[in-house]
Design a protein around this ligand. Structure first.
Ligand SMILES: N[C@@H](CCC(=O)N[C@@H](CS)C(=O)NCC(=O)O)C(=O)O
Length: 131
């Protein structure tokens, strides 16, 4: 089976997807996106990987109906990988689990970023200093 291509960097959002891929036993190819050279804004990345020019993002050559699919936004990627493997989202608690992912991504994470650091800019600064 073809490996899922993971595009990421050393940030909280970036680490989420790697942790999920390991936990779910997904065969994935790790691609470190270089924030120093703004690789996430390069045309190939925006065209083929994430039109929003951010990590994390994945490209799965073996997506639905055997066709390549790209997925961006950490919450959408977590849901995609769980559904692909048939793990973590049992029907009786699927929407409870998805609701928690939304809560973290739209409520907790942005507020935490704003309170603790400077939101997106701080995230980028952290990446720059840790890569
Ligand atoms: N809501 C998005 C946030 C994505 C995001 O802000 N990514 C940051 C790193 S944590 C990024 O790519 N920053 C670089 C940039 O904006 O150029 C998600 O959950 O995936």
């Amino acid at each position: 089976m073809s490996a899922v291509k993971l595009y990421t960097a050393n940030t909280p959002n970036g680490r989420k997807v790697g942790i999920a891929a390991k936990e779910l036993g997904i065969d994935y190819e790790f691609n470190l996106v270089d924030f120093k050279t703004k690789q996430q804004k390069e045309a190939w990345f925006v065209d083929k990987v994430n039109p929003n020019g951010k990590i994390p993002a994945i490209v799965d050559p073996a997506g639905p109906n055997g066709k390549e699919v790209r997925v961006f936004e950490s919450g959408a990627i977590l849901q995609y990988l769980a559904e692909k493997t048939g793990k973590l989202l049992p029907s009786e608690s699927k929407y409870e689990a998805i609701a928690w992912v939304y809560l973290v991504n739209t409520g907790l994470a942005p507020n935490l970023g704003t309170t603790v650091g400077g939101g997106g800019a701080e995230c980028t600064k952290l990446c720059d200093s840790s890569s």
